[in-house]
Design a binder for this molecule. Structure first.
Ligand SMILES: Nc1ncnc2c1ncn2[C@@H]1O[C@H](COP(=O)(O)OP(=O)(O)OP(=O)(O)O)[C@@H](O)[C@H]1O
Ligand SMILES: [Mg+2]
Length: 330
């Protein structure tokens, strides 16, 4: 048996749009090992959410379609499962939390009834047992006075507390994998730090692997063991967090790092990467990052580079990856 918890192979996803077929995920390979946190980073529209929705079997079809690929979870190919079986795996072993905790909670029901529903979906237990387990879960995610909160409605608690409730609901089934899509983007900085700390704590206590989607490399540095950088539906760099920061080898990752505000550095203007992500219906023939890249030469415009392992634990999709490392004396 392999020790991989999740393995995505050559995933391709397209959407039908007015201007044609948009290939929004173009041959992604991902592996998540038990208990690790894997980060997926990249600018808006690069395919992070669509990839995670595919893992959950939630791509809206049509207009979306998984064109190709395999998604293996614990030895089972999710894409080959019937709907019922998939729902069972999704409910019992993989959970997902989203950016907007308010839109995922139903304003018309108490927090208690929503968490109770999540628990009864997974296991048969008496009403009293379910209630005490709900309160225990609310306590686990750091909600003060859970007995009181249990009776309240989503609008009565803060955004940070709502996200904690969503995490409690996601944990109701004690999942092996928690997919978190920008779980802290809608929260202010202090609350964001608390939620990230909670997720780290949960990983340590419950040994849940986490697939963390974010556009924030600061969050990656805090949370992730390994990172995948996506650009225009492809993986452009993949490395352990340490290698990604210390030995950055893709110009796009470099751009993302340069646009990160530095807490200890001089207060300079943020440099964001110039230009825009190409439209998924009009991708360049060569490297997809080429039009925005300061290293680009003829070959970059003509042929698209493969994702190549340039050193152990470090893959890069760039004709000049090795030169870039060398230039910097790395
Ligand atoms: N329902 C849909 N119909 C048509 N196109 C879609 C749909 N959902 C996503 N897309 C397209 O798929 C591409 C990838 O979208 P996705 O939501 O995965 O981006 P993302 O990386 O999560 O971005 P963000 O950081 O803004 O959340 C985008 O070009 C988007 O327009
Ligand atoms: Mg998204």
């Amino acid at each position: 048996m392999s020790d991989k918890l999740l393995e995505v192979k050559q995933l391709r996803i397209s959407f039908q749009t007015e201007t044609g077929t948009a290939n929004v995920v173009n041959g992604i390979d991902l592996t998540v090992y038990p208990k690790e946190t894997l980060g997926i980073v990249g600018e808006s529209g690069c395919g992070k959410s669509v990839t995670s929705l595919a893992i959950m079997g939630l791509i809206p079809t049509p207009p979306g379609k998984v064109q190709e690929g395999e998604i293996w979870f614990n030895g089972c190919n999710l894409l080959a499962q019937k709907k019922g079986a998939l729902r069972k795996i999704r409910g019992n072993e993989i959970s997902m939390i989203f950016q907007e905790p308010m839109s995922s909670l139903d304003p018309a029901f108490t927090i208690g009834s929503q968490i109770t529903e999540a628990i009864t979906f997974h296991e048969k237990a008496s009403a009293a047992e379910v209630k005490s387990r709900s309160i225990e879960l609310l306590r686990l995610v750091g909600i003060p006075n859970p007995e009181q909160r249990y009776k309240e409605y989503p609008h009565q608690i803060s955004g940070g507390m709502r996200q904690r409730v969503m995490i409690a609901i996601a944990l109701a089934c004690t999942p092996k994998l928690l997919i978190a899509d920008e779980p802290t983007t809608a929260l202010d900085v202090t609350v964001q730090a608390q939620i990230l700390e909670l997720m780290n704590d949960i990983r340590e206590r419950l040994h849940t692997a986490i697939l963390l989607i974010t556009h924030d490399l600061g969050v990656v540095a805090e949370m992730c063991d390994r990172v995948v950088v996506m650009y225009a539906g492809e993986i452009v760099e993949e490395a352990t967090t340490e290698l990604l920061f210390d030995r950055t080898a893709h110009p796009y990752t470099e751009g993302l790092l340069n646009s990160m505000p530095k807490l200890d550095g001089p207060k300079t203007r943020l440099t964001s990467i110039e230009g825009n992500v190409p439209s998924p219906t009009e991708m360049p023939t060569g490297c997809r990052f080429c039009p925005r890249c300061s290293y680009a030469t003829e070959i970059c415009w003509e042929a698209s580079p493969q994702l190549v392992e340039i050193e152990v634990g470090h893959k890069v999709r760039c004709w000049y990856a090795k030169d870039i490392l060398q230039q910097k004396g790395r």
